[in-house]
Each structure stands twice: as C-alpha cells, then as structure tokens.
Design a protein around this ligand. Structure first.
Ligand code: NAD
Length: 493
C-alpha cells in the first residue's frame, strides 16, 4: 500500500510547510511507511499562531451566535459517525490500536462533539438581581482567545476532540500540534470541521518531528499570542509546558501520567473483578494513562485471583491491529518498546515474574513492537515498577489486609489520575472512593465510559484542570463580572 501524504492546515488552507522537508510514519506492526507529513519548525508554527490570533482578533467568530457554533459541532459529529471506518483505520495504522477499539474511540469522539454542540446551544451566564436594590450583576462567560492544543499518540482522536470541541463551543481559535507518531486523524478532523462550516483560520494544525515535537510544542506554549495551552502527555513534558506558559501567565490545562490502583476486596464479585483487572491493564497494550497498573488484592484471595488472571492472560490475541480478531496490538514505537522491556528487566530484580516478560514467539509478529502480557507478583509499592509509569501491558500485583492499608498503598504515589474498587460492601466502597486522592474512582468497574460526560482529570502530578462535562467547557472560558449601577429606578416599587 503506498504511503499517504498529508499536509498541514493553516488559515483554512492545506499546505506543505515552508522548507518542503517531510517526515514519515511507519506502522508499528510491520514497519511499512504509511504516511508522510511536513516537518514544520518555528516559522510555520508562528504562521499558524498568527492565523489563529488574527481570526480571534479580527473576525466575528468569538462573538458568533452560539447556535451557529452548535450547528457546526453537531454537523461535524454527524460526519464523523459517517466516517468511523476511515478514522478508525488511521488510528490502527499509526497507533497500532486494534480496529475494534479504534472504532469506539471514533464514536466516543463524535459523541463528545455532539455533547459540546448541545452545550454551546445552551450557553448562558448568570444574573444577580436581588442582593441590593440599586445594582444588577451579570456574570458573563467569554472565550479565552487563542488555545494551543498539544496531544499524545495513545488516543490520537479523542484526546484532541475533548479539547477542540469545548474550545470551539466557547468561541476560541486553535493551534493544534498532534504527536508526530499519529498526526493523521487531527488533520482529518480539521478538514471535517471545515466541511461542517468552521470558518478558515479558526482551527490550525501543524505537524513536526523536530526534537520529537518539543520545539514546536514549546513555541506554542511560550508564545505571547497564545492565551491558553491544553496539553495531554507525560508529566515531564507537562512541567515543561507549564514553565513555558508562565511567560505570559497563560491558562494551562494538563492531563498527565498515572499509576492507578485497582483494588479488589475478598467480598467482590470475583468474575467481574477479573474482567476489570484484565481490561484495566491490557487495553491498548497498557498504553492508557488511567491503566490499572497496580493490582491490589486482599490477601486471602490473592493466590487464586492471580492464578485465574494468568489463565485469562493466555487468551490475549496479539496480531495485526487491522484484524477484527486482534485483542492486543504492538506498542507504538521502538522507543516505547525498549522502555517497556527495560522496566520488565528491572521488575525481574524487584519482584516475582509470574507470567510473560518475553517477546511473543509467533513469527507473524516478528516485525512488530509486541510485548507479551506480563504479570509481576509480590511487588512492593516502593519498587520502580510500582511507582513509575511503564505504559505497556505490565501489571504489578500486591497484597493488602485492611481497607486502611489499601488506602495507604493506593495513595502512596506521585500520581492521582484514576482508581477502582471492587467490593459488595457499600461502606467499604464509599470509604475508598472518598479516601483515594484521584480524579476518577470506579466502583465495580474499570475504564468504564458509560457516564462519559463526567469531568475527567488528575490530582497531584496527574494534572491540572478537567476535561469533559460542564467543567470541560469552563476550562475554555473567561469569567467576567459586569456591575450595573442603577440611577432613579433604584428601590422603585
Ligand atoms: P509526550 O509527553 O512525550 O508527548 C506529548 C505531546 O507533547 C506530543 O505532541 C509531543 O510532541 C509534545 N511534547 C513533548 N515534549 C514537549 C515539550 N517539552 N514541550 C512541549 N511539547 C512537548 O507523551 P506521549 O509519549 O506522546 O504520550 C504518553 C503520555 O501521555 C503518558 O505519560 C500518558 O500517561 C500521558 N497521557 C495522559 C492522559 C490523561 O488524560 N491524563 C491521556 C493520555 C496520555
């Protein structure tokens, strides 16, 4: 299959970049070149920022009718649902994600767009009329301005849409920089939004492999023409974005890493908890910020629980991400492959390897960056594999006796993104849900998205701010208080 050449989107025009230099993306499954992109540098980034700035400052977009913005988002959602296969195929090709899961990422993204379409149609402020007789207060929400959006490769569409949709609903303009491993769907989104009626210059996208995208990311985060930066990625890069954003006191929204505890009490529905442990760690080959990487099982049932999880792990089907039979694809690239294998080597010294730890033997997988499902037992919470984000299908299992001990272990991490508790005792469930310092806590579920408009984000070093839901829209708005002093009519009855 010949590679597809994509161009960047600046001011409503697809263009090849100034230098003509391009970079390629190879499939993590078989190393074939699937796509090429302009390797943009500082100059193109500045052009994209100026396009977003001018569109915000000099067109009617920021003061457009909310109903018109709603219409664009709803139309874009509908178009995306008509193109699920096309978007999903590109997610699979570039990220190595199994096609079934890629499809659900696309439908989720379309629903998020529709959600913010409705939210735009429903935008309103607040009136304060009863506090004093001679003044009226209005609380007005306004767009922030130019929003920089920097995203990673593991959910290349949904992590962009969660930012773009509320930013557009509020009336902002955007400069987006996707990960250089998975740029296709962000560029496809830009074209789709154009088709849905988005004016030129509102949504600009640049691609860059320069210094792993950090150069361009820093330019966006540091630019005084950008008013906010919304970033998803590693905690280290997030800190660099926050530092650069301080230059003009930008609003910064950060969705960062995690090391989430998945806590199973002896009184839980064990079959369901096993499914939760399995999905919690193996979904997307473990490349999920909220993955349930620390499996904590009450001591009495741990032996049997781990034995059953090992049996289930034998059924993981690694293969071509485009095949509907594949349940686990390769990890995203060589660097990630080496990193995960390094952690597995360290784990061998730190804990008891009870499953996996090797490269799969199947010759059909030879060219891909496949890591076998891997389970370490008897892991101390101080171990590297219990504290650091591995971002691969590598599980650390530990035992606990009491709810208090479980809480102490769960919270003993610099992260606070997500957690799950499995129990049939409502008191235990609530004690844990209240005690765990994380932005999301599931009770008797893992990775559940059935309530996918609830606010999402991290405590501690897992992030700043919230995505999704009403909170996710507020992130992209300024709040203005207007006080009207009344004369004459004051106190009239
Ligand atoms: P990454 O931090 O390497 O890169 C993320 C993005 O930032 C990319 O576009 C990259 O080019 C850019 N970038 C890198 N360094 C930068 C810098 N110094 N300044 C500005 N931009 C920079 O992350 P990744 O490897 O692409 O993704 C994996 C990470 O993302 C994991 O740590 C994972 O936990 C995190 N993540 C978090 C969430 C969440 O919602 N909390 C969701 C998905 C992924």
């Amino acid at each position: 299959m010949p590679a597809t050449d994509f161009d960047v989107m600046i001011n409503g025009r697809e263009q090849p970049g100034l230098s003509g230099e391009r970079f390629t993306r190879q499939s993590p499954f078989d190393q074939s070149v699937v796509s090429t992109y302009p390797n943009c540098g500082i100059e193109e980034t500045r052009l994209a920022i100026v396009s977003a700035r001018d569109t915000f400052d000099s067109t009617r977009w920021p003061v457009s009718k909310a109903a018109d913005r709603a219409k664009i988002l709803n139309k874009a959602s509908q178009l995306m649902l008509e193109r699920v296969d096309e978007f999903a195929r590109w997610i699979s090709l570039e990220a190595g994600k199994p096609i079934k899961m890629a499809r659900s990422e696309v439908t989720h993204s379309a629903h998020v767009m529709a959600y913010y379409g409705s939210a735009a149609a429903d935008l309103k402020g607040e009136a304060i009329t009863q506090q004093v007789p001679d003044a009226v207060g209005l609380v007005i929400n306004e767009p922030i301005g130019v929003v920089g959006i920097i995203t990673p490769w593991n959910f290349p569409l949904s992590l962009v849409v969660r930012k773009v949709a509320p930013a557009l609903a509020a009336g902002n303009t955007i400069v987006a920089k996707p990960s250089h491993f998975t740029p296709a769907v962000t560029l496809m989104l830009a074209k789709l939004l154009s088709e849905a009626g988005l004016p030129d210059g509102v949504f600009n996208v640049i691609t860059s492999e320069t210094e792993n995208g950090a150069l361009v990311g820093q330019e966006i985060a540091g630019s005084s023409k950008v008013d906010m930066v919304a970033f998803t990625g590693s905690t280290e890069a997030g800190k660099a974005v926050a530092r650069a954003g301080a230059a003009n006191i930008k609003r910064v929204a950060l969705e960062l890493g995690g090391k989430s505890p998945n806590i199973v009490f002896a009184d839980a529905d064990i079959d369901e908890a096993l499914k939760g442990a399995y999905n919690g760690i193996y979904m997307n080959s473990g490349q999920v910020c909220q993955a349930g990487t620390r499996l904590m099982v009450q001591r009495d049932i741990k032996g049997e629980f781990v034995a059953r999880l090992i049996e289930m792990s034998r059924a993981v089907r690694m293969g071509d991400p485009l095949s509907p039979d594949t349940s686990m694809g390769p990890v995203v690239n060589e660097k990630q492959f080496a990193k995960v294998n390094d952690y597995i080597s360290r784990g061998r010294d730190e804990a008891n390897l009870v499953f996996g730890g090797d490269k799969p033997a199947d010759p059909a997988l030879e060219k891909g960056f496949f890591v076998s499902p891997t389970i370490f037992d008897e892991v101390g919470n101080g171990a590297t594999i219990a504290q650091e984000e591995i971002f691969g299908p590598v599980l650390s299992v530990m035992a606990f006796d009491t709810a208090e001990e479980a809480l102490a272990i769960a919270n003993d991490t610099m992260y606070g993104l997500a957690a799950a508790v499995w129990t049939n005792n409502i008191n235990t469930a609530f004690q844990m849900a209240k005690g765990i310092r994380a932005g999301t806590v599931w009770v008797n579920a893992y990775h559940s998205t059935s309530l996918n408009n609830m606010p999402y984000g991290g405590y501690k070093q897992s992030g700043l701010g919230r995505e999704l839901g009403a909170d996710g829209l507020h992130e992209y708005m300024e709040t203005k208080s207007v006080q009207l002093q009344l004369r004459g009519a004051a106190g009239a009855r």
